[in-house]
Design a protein around this ligand. Structure first.
Ligand SMILES: O=c1ccn([C@@H]2O[C@H](COP(=O)(O)O)[C@@H](O)[C@H]2O)c(=O)[nH]1
Length: 521
């Protein structure tokens, strides 16, 4: 959040994704009042950057959400889809809760909440300076990560008439990606905020990924079996379509049925087709030659549940691309259930698999997994092609940083696992000689008129971060408190029962109160 003293604005408003603890952070109150925020600037549509926008609007944010036109287009399908997932998850828990007589939980936001917030979006073009609140202008530059992704150049006017220039990298793309352009180099900034997802690692070469995928296709064309590709619906699926289309054009594989079994991926592919003007040069050349890089004979889009179920009868010679990319939900789980036990099946991972996900367990060599309550033996051949990452790797990030002609005063390392961010900070210092800083969650940094920065000592920070485990326990307590309120509302209690509830609550509060009072600083 950026506070200019007259206006507050947010750069990205993403959902925490991954472990149960991280997911619970989404339920917490924002660290500010959404009604006080004047504008949001989104770097791109991925849910870890845009997913809490519907919650922000639901809780009182009335301003504009600025993003590139393609990001607005993608958000218009991704946010309602996310709302649908929230509702489905809440309903899944509520089925159990009803059976146990427990209070029902509410979704974080609904599909309708997400649809409603879309009217606040304002599409802006790449490369044009736009005022987002009085005194703050931005210019979106192509970040080459997914369709519509942007690096945000931001100028914040100072009372002395000067402006501080901040640059937010958003997620920076990999040069190895097809369809989207390479990340734009920026000349200058006072301060840079750079992502660090792969700040300590390198990716495979692009040529390898096509070779590996082509080789697996040729294997099933000789020996039988299907290929199942768990894939993120937006960006990754279109990349795979592009790669297969290239392999076919070059005659490296023979035509075969390829099913895209994800309603979101189908819609996203339509959005890509509508936004061809931002494609990279290679894709533009395909288009000019009358070829569609997102289409080839044999490619079939599967939308209905019935069509998807029919795929269970296809046991050989096809590729099924389905989501979710980390195999935690969606139709991919059905395809894994039907294919993991078959020795001739090939499961091809093309995206990052976070700790604790089904995809990660399979990659890590599990012999059996549970899917929909069934114990499934893993006999299929498992492949992991890392070269499809949509992120710049360590060297890509360093190359982008080295493009700044004027040295920034400081590089803030953000958006990465803490250990990786710290390592990347060290690497930047050693290889580029730039000053770095890895901010803590909720830390406040002040920029003065001369564009110099100071960090507020932890004790003076408005929102001191609590230890993660305590945050999680407090979130669980808030949830339990809501549940108690619901129970009390739903069930008539006798005066004696009421008294018992009050006494037990009072005992809890007293014990908690005492432990906080006793806590040493
Ligand atoms: O170390 C990591 C790497 C990635 N992620 C998450 O996965 C997605 C997709 O990554 P790709 O490399 O494009 O497959 C990325 O945006 C992150 O959200 C991660 O959490 N940790």
């Amino acid at each position: 959040m950026l506070d200019t003293s007259t206006h507050k604005l947010i750069i990205d408003c993403g959902m925490f994704q991954g472990s149960k603890e991280l997911n619970q952070w989404n339920e917490q109150d924002f660290a500010f009042d959404p009604q006080d925020i004047s504008a949001v600037v989104l770097t791109h549509a991925h849910i870890d950057h845009s997913g809490l926008v519907p919650k922000l609007c639901k809780e009182g944010f009335k301003g504009r959400i600025f993003a590139t036109h393609s990001t607005v287009d993608l958000c218009s399908i991704m946010l309602p889809d996310s709302g649908h997932i929230q509702e489905a998850e809440a309903e899944w828990y509520n089925r159990k809760r009803r059976r146990r007589g427990r209070a029902l939980m509410k979704p974080l936001y609904t599909k309708e909440d997400a649809r409603r917030c879309l009217s606040q979006f304002k599409g802006i073009p790449y490369d044009k300076i736009t005022e987002v609140v009085p005194g703050v202008t931005v210019r979106m530059r192509d970040a080459g990560h997914i369709l519509g992704s942007a690096i945000v150049e931001m100028w914040v006017s100072q009372p002395n008439g000067n402006a501080i220039k901040l640059v937010f990298s958003g997620d920076l793309g990999s040069k190895k990606q097809a369809i989207v352009k390479d990340p734009t180099f920026i000349d200058e900034a006072d301060y840079i905020f750079i992502e660090s997802t792969y700040g300590d690692r390198l990716h495979e070469e692009r040529v390898d990924r096509g070779e590996i995928l082509g080789g697996i296709v040729r294997t099933i064309q000789k020996q039988g079996g299907n290929i199942i590709i768990p894939s993120f619906s937006v960006g990754r699926t279109q990349e795979i379509i592009y790669e297969l289309s290239e392999l076919l054009h070059k005659g490296k594989i023979q035509p075969l049925p390829v099913f895209i079994d994800s309603p979101l991926a189908v819609e996203a592919t339509r959005v890509f087709r509508r936004n061809q003007e931002v494609f990279d040069e290679e894709s533009q050349q395909y288009l000019q030659a009358g070829m569609d890089p997102l289409s080839f004979p044999g490619l079939q889009f599967v939308e209905t549940v019935e069509e998807s179920q029919r795929l269970n009868r296809v046991i050989s010679g096809s590729i099924i691309i389905s989501s979710s990319g980390m195999c935690e939900a969606g139709r991919i789980k059905h395809h894994l259930k039907h294919h993991l036990w078959r020795p001739k099946s090939h499961i091809v991972f093309v995206g990052y698999q976070a700790q604790g996900t089904l995809g990660r367990r399979i990659i890590d060599g599990a012999k059996r997994v549970r899917i929909f309550g069934e114990d499934i033996k893993i006999a299929a051949q498992i492949h992991n092609i890392e070269g499809f990452s949509a992120h710049a790797d360590r060297d890509g990030l360093l190359e982008w940083l080295s493009g700044f002609v004027r040295k920034p005063k400081k590089v803030f390392i953000v958006h990465g696992e803490e250990a990786v961010s710290l390592k990347f900070a060290e690497i930047i210092g050693e290889s580029l000689g730039l000053d770095t800083y890895v901010p803590r969650r909720f830390e406040t940094i002040i920029f003065d008129d001369a564009a110099e920065m100071t960090t507020l000592p932890q004790e003076e920070t408005e929102h001191l971060p609590l230890p993660d485990a305590l945050e999680t326990a407090l979130a669980a307590l808030s949830k339990a408190s809501l549940e108690i309120q619901e129970h009390v509302k739903q069930q008539a209690l006798s005066p004696v029962q009421k008294q018992e509830v009050l006494e037990r609550l009072a005992a809890c509060i007293e014990a908690l109160d005492q432990s906080v009072q006793d806590c040493e600083i």
